[in-house]
Ligand binder design. Structure first.
Ligand code: PSV
Ligand code: MN
Ligand code: MN
Length: 427
């Protein structure tokens, strides 16, 4: 399945007049606020969010998985799927791989295929939360934190191998998410488990190329429901500080207890130069159940407000942080879902760029909380969709990606090519 430039042009022609009308109205509105719409269109068009290789199939829950057909059966097909997304929205120009789910047999060929789709490789992810067939020691009771040295060594070796794959593909970061923890009180010595993790991470850190980063994720619960070895940002931050400048914290929006003030965490990590990456998703009950921005778009906006506040400009912000989606759903077409996620993230980003920073500074100085809310709402309530459409059109992508995806019957064609019962590899 290929989306060609004529598919795009045809589609864009059909929405051209309507789009122009909405864009002019928005430009007029922004002009009155002394905001140049073209500059924002440029910023929006430059924003890229990496797609995780594990989000391209129907994820399922522990109660079942309902394959949707046409799911990618190999790493090559996963790259093709991300290529489709990028052709449609021009903002999904990177893919994040999970090893060993996505072992590139021939790295040069895989890189060439990605190049063909204008994709680069974002952070590579290790997997020490599952046992593989040919594995000597089990991770049932942990990996980098394990009580037994031989298990820790095996997990360290795996991470070093993941770095090697990433190097060959041009990645610049390793993301470590540990499932390590305990299920019952008394099962684990908390201090010892953390110390073991720190020592193991040190060995991985020593194998890191100079221009790489290691991103440490945290998660308060699951798969262990009593304790996790890296449960929160404080523990991740602690480890990142002990390791050195190349180690940073990764914030996954789904990895917080209810009502956590994530934007404040973001602000503090940024201030300390330790915010390395993001995993975007949304959630009502836990982890990555919902599409980014589908439930709490205001929270997403507040997070971007802190991101912009804490960096020296949009370009610096874009380059400083690894942006990625981390989601897995049971019933949506994952490609449609990912298009929606990227759009929601871009909306939050652009709306945060609209905030009148001088005014915000003034009302804060004057201790005027109502004034601060007015400033934020002025930006948040602006409908920036025409601006994002314009960014896509200017980059020869689809004015309305989902509309074109459906009009072209992409899923139907993928089912014809790959079969109605094809299930994504990995997971
Ligand atoms: C498990 O919670 C998880 O969703 C983490 O967020 C990781 O980033 C992801 O899986 C892939 O390992
Ligand atoms: Mn994650
Ligand atoms: Mn997660």
């Amino acid at each position: 399945m290929n989306i060609t430039s004529s598919h795009i042009e045809e589609h864009n022609k059909t929405v051209k007049d309507d789009h122009q009308e909405s864009l002019d109205a928005l430009a007029h509105q922004l002009n009155k606020r002394n905001i140049d719409i073209n500059e924002l269109v440029e910023q929006a068009g430059a924003f890229q969010v990496a797609i995780p290789s594990w989000a391209l199939g129907a994820g399922g829950t522990r109660f079942g998985r309902f394959a949707m057909g046409g799911e990618p059966r190999s790493l090559e097909e996963k790259i093709e799927d991300v290529g489709l997304l990028h052709a449609l929205n021009h903002s999904s120009g990177a893919i994040s791989l999970h090893i060993p789910w996505d072992i590139p047999e021939d790295t040069a060929a895989v890189k060439e295929l990605a190049d063909k789709h204008n994709l680069v490789f974002d952070a590579v992810n290790s997997n020490t939360f599952q046992d593989q067939e040919d594995q000597e020691h089990s991770y049932k009771y942990g990996s980098l934190s394990h009580t037994k040295e031989e298990v820790r060594e095996q997990a360290i070796e795996h991470n070093i191998e993941v770095i090697k794959y990433g190097k060959a593909l041009g990645s610049k970061a390793l993301t470590v998410w540990l499932a390590d923890g305990s299920n019952f009180p008394g099962q684990q010595n908390f201090g010892k488990a953390l110390r073991n993790t720190e020592e193991s991470l040190h060995k991985i850190y020593d194998a890191l190329p100079d221009d790489w980063q290691v991103l440490i994720e945290y998660k308060p619960y699951e798969p262990n429901f009593y304790s996790m070895v890296i449960p929160d940002w404080g523990t991740s931050f602690l480890l990142a500080n002990k390791l050195g400048d190349q180690a940073k914290t990764l914030v996954d929006l789904g990895h917080h207890l209810p009502n956590t003030n994530i934007e404040q965490i973001v602000a503090i990590l940024l201030m300390e130069g330790k915010l390395g990456g993001f995993h975007f998703n949304d959630s009502k009950y836990g982890d990555d159940d919902l599409t980014a921005g589908s439930l709490k778009p205001y929270q997403l906006f507040l997070i971007f407000n802190e991101l912009i506040e804490g960096t020296d400009g949009p370009e610096e912000l874009r380059n400083q942080i690894a942006w990625m989606i981390d989601a897995s759903h049971n019933v949506k077409d994952p490609l449609e879902d990912l298009l929606q996620s990227v759009e929601a993230i871009q909306q939050a980003y652009v709306k945060a760029l609209l905030i009148d920073r001088d005014k915000l500074k003034d009302v804060r100085e004057e201790n005027d909380p109502a004034g601060a809310q007015e400033v934020l709402q002025d930006a948040f309530q602006t409908d920036v969709r025409p601006l994002l459409t314009e960014a896509r059109v200017r980059h020869q992508a689809a004015a309305d990606p989902i509309q074109l995806y459906r009009a072209l019957g992409v899923r139907k064609q993928l089912i014809e090519e790959r079969g109605a019962d094809s299930v994504a590899t990995g997971l």
